[in-house]
Design a protein around this ligand. Sequence first.
Ligand code: UGA
Length: 425
Amino acid sequence: MKIAVIGAGYVGLTTSCVLADKGSTVTCIDNDQSKLEKLAKGQVPFFEPGLQEVLDRTLANNKLTFTDQTVSAVKEADVVFIAVGTPPKATGEPDLTYLKTAIDDLASGITSYKTIVTKSTVPLGTNEWIHETLLENADPALFDVVSNPEFLKEGTALYDTVNPDRVVIGAKSARGASVVKELFAFTNAPVYETTLTGAEMIKYASNVFLAVKISFINEIASICDAFHVNVKEVAEGIGADPRIGPAFLRSGLGYGGSCLPKDLSALLYSAAGKQVDAHLLPSAAKVNDQQVNRYTAKLEEDLGILKQKRIAVWGLSFKPDTDDTRHSPAILLILSLIEKGAEVLAFDPLVKEVEGIVSQHDLYESVKEADALILATEWAVFNSVDWNRVRSLMKGNIVLDARNVLNHRTVTEAGLTYRAIGSGR
Ligand code: UGA
C-alpha cells in the first residue's frame, strides 16, 4: 500500500518507519525544514531507542521518503495518516491549528479513493468534523475517515507500535475500517471497533485513567507516610488483584509529559462544553499539582528553610529513556527550589539544558558540596551509583528519593540519610 503520514513527531515518524519496514511505501510529511533536513540525512530528530536502525533500513530500501509537499504526497497515497500535534492552549483546550491546516491541505489531494486515518489525539467530535469538512470539498465515494488512536509510550515507541495491546478503530464505514485492520494485521493485536467519537473517547479515557491511577497511589503514599507504611508493598499487594493490576502504581513526583496532563485538561474542557460536571478528574489533576510541594516540604523537614542550600537534582526529562522535558515534574521541582532561594545543580544522562537549567557533565559533579540530593527522574544509571563516593562529595547527607526507586539499605550503609514519601520508616 502507498501511505502518506502527515507529521514527523513521535507518533508520525514511528508509524512511518514501522509501516515502511513492514513493506508499505511511505511518504512522511512535515513543514519543519530543519527536521526534514535531519531526516533526509537519516537522523532521528529526537531520542527514541531503536528508531535509528529502522529509519536506516527503510531509507536504504527506498521504502520511506520525506517531503513538505502535502497535496502531491496525498494524491499518490491509498491511506493518509494524520499525526500532527494538538498542543494545549492556556485554557486546556487543544489547539487544532496544525490539524486544520492538514485537513485543508489534504482535501485537494483527494482525487482517487483514500482512507484518511486520524492518529493525533483530538477532542471528542473532531473526526466527525473532519468527515463533514472533507465532504464539502471531496466526493463522498472517494474517502473514508477512520479514527485510530495511538497508545505508544515515549521511550518504547517502536516496541509499542510493533506490539500494541490493541488496535482501536472508529469508523463510519466497513471499508475504511477494513483498510486499517489490514494495515495493522501484522501486530496480531485484538481490534476494537467503535464509532469515530467512541475511538476518541477510548484514547482520552485510557490516558486519563492512567493519570488517575498515579494520583491515587500518590495520595495513598502520603497517607502511608503518616503511618510509616511502605507504599511499594501496598502497590504490590493491591496490584496482585487483576481488577486493579500492578502497572502505573509507582508513586513519586507525579505524572508529566506531553500527554497525560494535556489529555486530562482536554477531556475536562470537552465535558465543560457540554455542561457535564466532573469531580474525580479535577481532583486527580490537583493531587498531581501538589506533588512537588509535598517533596519540597519533605526536604524542609530536614533542612529547614531552603534559602542558600545547595541541592543536587538527578533527572530532568519527564521520565527515563527520553530527552523530552515537556511538563517534567523534575523541572517543576527545580523551579520551586530556585524560587525558595536554593542553589540547584542538576544532572541528566540525556538532557543537556532546559529552561536555563544546565546538566552537569557527570552525576558526581552535581553532588559536590550539596546539602541534599533529590532523585527526580528514575534513570537506570542511578541504580548503580557509588554511594560512598556521593557521600564523600556531599556536604550534607540527605538523599530524597522522589521516585521511590533506590535501595534504602545501600544508601544508608554509605552514611547517607534516606528519605522518601511512603518508605515505611
Ligand atoms: C502516555 C501513555 O502511557 C501512552 O499510552 C500514550 O500513547 C501517550 O501518553 C500519548 O498519549 O501519546 P507517555 O506520555 O510517553 O505515554 O508516558 P508514560 O509512560 O505514560 O508516563 C507518563 C508520566 O507518568 C511520566 O511522568 C511518568 O514518570 C509518570 N508515571 C508513570 C508515574 O509517576 N508512575 C507510574 O507508575 C507510571
